[in-house]
Ligand binder design. Structure first.
Ligand code: UDX
Length: 446
C-alpha cells in the first residue's frame, strides 16, 4: 500500500517508520525543511530507542522516504495519515486544531482516486466530521473517506508499543474505508492484536478516555501516597495490594512527582473542555488536572522539607529532567516546576540527565549542568532523583555520599530501598513511604 504521513513528529515518524517496516511504501512529510533534511541524512529529531536503526533499515530497502511536497506524495496514495501537532490552545486549553485543518485543506487539493484520510493525532470528538466537511467543500467530486485511528504508543517504548499494541481502534463510517485500514495493519494480525471497529466519534473519544483514565489512576495513587506519608503506610505495598486485583490491574500505580509529557497534560485538559462544552462536565478529570498541577509544585516543597525547612544558599542536585526515562522530551516535565520552586526558595540547582539536557538548556537556562550523576552530587546539600533512568538505579551511593555536602536523598520515583540508603548514612525521603511504614525488619535495616 502507498501511505503518506503528514507530520513527522513523534507519532508520525514512529508510525510511518513502522508502516514501512510492515512492508508498505511510506512517505513522511513535514513543513520543516531542516527536519526533513536531517531525516534524509539519518539524523533523528527525537531520541527514541531503536528508531534510528529502523529508519535506516527501511530507507535502505526503499520503503521509506521523507519530503516536504505534500501534493506530490498524496497523489495516488491509498491512505493519508494526519499526525500533526494538536497543542493546547493558549487561553482555553482546548486542542488547537489549526494544523489538522490546514493539513486537510492541502490534502483535499491533492487527492486523486479513492483515498482514506486518517486522523492519527489525538483530536477532539467531531474533528473527523470537520475534516470531512473541509475536504468535501474543497473537492465536492473527490472519492475519499475520513477515518479515526488513534495511536496509543508511549514515548521511550514507541516502536514496541506500535508493533505490539494492546488493541487497534478504527473509527470508520463505512466498510470500504475500514477495509483499507485493516489492510494497513494486516501484518499485526500475526501478533493477534485485537481490532476494534467503531464509529468515528467513538474512536476519537476512546483515545481521550484512555489517557484521562490512566492520568486518573496515577493521580489516585499519588494522593494515596500523600496519605501514606501522614499515617505511616507504604504506597508501594498498597499499590501491589490493590494492583493484584485484576479489576484494578498493577500498571500505572507508581506514585511519583505527577504525570507530565506531551499527552496526559494536554489531553486531560482538552477532555475537560470538550465535556464542559457538551454540558456534561467531567468533575473527576477536572480534579485530576488540578491535583497533578499542584503536585509538581509540592515536590519542591518536599525537597525543602527534606533539607530541614530551607534551601536558601544551598545547592540541590537533580538526577533526571525529562518527564520519563528513555526520551529527551521535556514537555510538561515535573522537573520544570521543581526547579522553579527550588530557585524561588533561594537554591542553586545543578542537574544531570542522560538525554534531556539539550532540550532542558532552552527551558532551564539558569541552572548548572553536570556531566554525570557523581559530579552532579559534588558538594550538593541534597540529591533529588526526578526521573527513573536506568543509569540512576544502581548508583554507587557510598561514593555519592562522600562527595556531597549533606547526605540527603529525595527519591521521587521510589527507586531505592529505604533501609539500603539509610544504612549508608543518608537521610532519605521517598514518595508515600514514611519511615515507620514497612515491616519492622525492613525498618531496622535487617
Ligand atoms: C502516554 C500514554 O501511555 C500513551 O498511551 C499515549 O499514546 C501517550 O501518552 P507517554 O506520555 O509517552 O504515553 O508516557 P507514559 O509512560 O504513559 O507516562 C506518562 C506520565 O505518567 C509520565 O510523566 C510518567 O512518569 C507518569 N507515570 C506513569 C507515573 O507517574 N506513574 C505511573 O505509574 C505511570
Amino acid at each position: 500500500m502507498r501511505i503518506v504521513m503528514v507530520g513527522s513528529g513523534y507519532v508520525g515518524l514512529v508510525s510511518g517508520t513502522c508502516f514501512a517496516d510492515f512492508g508498505h511504501e511510506v512517505v513522511c512529510l513535514d513543513k520543516d525543511p531542516a527536519k526533513i533534511e536531517a531525516l534524509r541524512a539519518g539524523r533523528m529529531p527525537i531520541y527514541e530507542p531503536g528508531l534510528e536503526a529502523l529508519v535506516a533499515e527501511n530507507v535502505r530497502r526503499g520503503r521509506l522516504g521523507f519530503g516536504i511536497d505534500l501534493a506530490a506524495a498524496v497523489a495516488g496514495a491509498d491512505a493519508v495519515f494526519i499526525a500533526v501537532g494538536t497543542p493546547s490552545r493558549r487561553g482555553d486549553g482546548f486542542a488547537d486544531l489549526s494544523y489538522v485543518y490546514a493539513a486537510a485543506r492541502e490534502i483535499a487539493a491533492a487527492l486523486t482516486g479513492y483515498t482514506v484520510i486518517v486522523t492519527k493525532s489525538t483530536v477532539p470528538v467531531g474533528t473527523g466530521d470537520e475534516v470531512e466537511r473541509i475536504i468535501r467543500e474543497a473537492r465536492p467530486e473527490a472519492d475519499f473517506a475520513v477515518v479515526s485511528n488513534p495511536e496509543f504508543l508511549r514515548e521511550g517504548a514507541a516502536i514496541d508499543d506500535f508493533k505490539r499494541p494492546d488493541r487497534i481502534v478504527i473509527g470508520a463510517e463505512d466498510a470500504r474505508a475500514e477495509g483499507v485500514i485493516r489492510e494497513v495493519y494486516r501484518p499485526l494480525y500475526l501478533n493477534a492484536a485485537p481490532i476494534l471497529v467503531t464509529g468515528r466519534r467513538t474512536a476519537e473519544l476512546t483515545k481521550y478516555a484512555a489517557n484521562a483514565f490512566l492520568a486518573t489512576k496515577i493521580t489516585f495513587i499519588n494522593e494515596i501516597a500523600d496519605l501514606c506519608e501522614q499515617v505511616g503506610a507504604d504506597v508501594q505495598e498498597v499499590a501491589r495490594g490493590i494492583g493484584l486485583d485484576n479489576r484494578i490491574g498493577a500498571k500505572f500505580l507508581h506514585a511519583g512527582p505527577g504525570y507530565g509529557g506531551s499527552c496526559f497534560p494536554k489531553d486531560t485538559l482538552a477532555l475537560v473542555k470538550t465535556a464542559q462544552d457538551a454540558g456534561t462536565p467531567m468533575r473527576i478529570v477536572e480534579t485530576v488536572v488540578a491535583v497533578n498541577e499542584s503536585r509538581k509544585r509540592a515536590m519542591a516543597r518536599k525537597v525543602i522539607q527534606a533539607c530541614g525547612g530551607s534551601v536558601r544558599g544551598k545547592t540541590i542536585g537533580l538526577l533526571g529532567l525529562t518527564f520519563k526515562p528513555n526520551t529527551d522530551d521535556m514537555r510538561d516535565a515535573p522537573s520544570l516546576a521543581i526547579v522553579a520552586g527550588l530557585q524561588d526558595a533561594g537554591a542553586t540547582v545543578r542537574a544531570y540527565d542522560p538525554e534531556g539536557m539539550g532540550q532542558a538548556r532552552a527551558l532551564l537556562p539558569d541552572i548548572d549542568y553536570a556531566d554525570d550523576p557523581y559530579s552532579c552530587a559534588e558538594g550538593a546539600d541534597a540529591l533529588v532523583l526526578v526521573t527513573e533512568w536506568n543509569a540512576f538505579r544502581a548508583l554507587d551511593l557510598e561514593r555519592l555520599r562522600t562527595t556531597m555536602a549533606e547526605p540527603v536523598l529525595v527519591d521521587l520515583r521510589n527507586v531505592y530501598r529505604v533501609q539500603d540508603v539509610e544504612r549508608l548514612g543518608f537521610r532519605y525521603a521517598g514518595v508515600g513511604r514514611a519511615s515507620g511504614g514497612g515491616r519492622s525488619e525492613d525498618r531496622d535495616g535487617g
